[in-house]
Design a protein around this ligand. Sequence first.
Ligand code: FES
Length: 277
Amino acid sequence: MWEYTEKVKDFFLKPKNVGEIKDADAVGEVGSIVCGDALKLYLKVDKETGKIIDAKFQTFGCASAIASSSALTELIKGKTIDEAMKVSNQDIADFLGGLPDQKMHCSVMGREALEAAVADLRGEAPPEHEEGNLICKCFNVTEEKIRKVAMENHLTTVDEVTNYTKAGGGCGECAPNIEAILTDLWSLKPPEKPAKPKKLTNLHKIALIQEIIENEIRPGLQADNGDVELIDIDGSKVTVALRGMCTGCLMSDVTIRGIQEKLRELVSDDIAVEAYQ
Ligand code: FES
């Protein structure tokens, strides 16, 4: 039996914003009934302010999927599209007071539906979660999705990947491939994490940030034909410009957040990374 928070139960039993928006400006559809969960998100956007004035959903899924979808609509209503795109799957789970580990994939599905709806609004091709190198045939999960979700949520084990994507949760044949992806993804980390320095002078901090971007972050991005350039360091504010395939990528927010996490982990908790405009 799953341990659900009161808020999950509330959002499951009395979900908010269920239904269809007939004249929606954007629709994002993810998942598949065959795989057990599906979500369709409808957005109505004010053309003048760019704010989401209505969001509704239809879902086929469990209590967590319904609660997560409902939470997502509550989180994004009233936000601009750019603000809404900052809502992560962890934000959805946090809004609900947490989800059981094994149900985190429901929050991921919410975030994916949002990405799909925003792509639709912008007239772009839907994010390629369902295309590319298929790793898990049982749940139709690609390598790209595993990498993205693992990076965004700092997943390091196959079980964690299963919780967040369902990949590996069926016949288990894909587990070695998931393991290999994780090894590759995190092999950029130094084998032994350097301890975070206790107190840094400004000069030391700048040098450390430069070194980590150069040696820890850039090689990983370059491996995917992307890159990052350090533009400025002002106290704890680090400004970077994404280059190559990272430029204008739908996942650029995720990349920036990943860089910030890495710098917070290795330099200082107060680092804030922003993209150069
Ligand atoms: S192929 Fe991934 S669980 Fe079966």
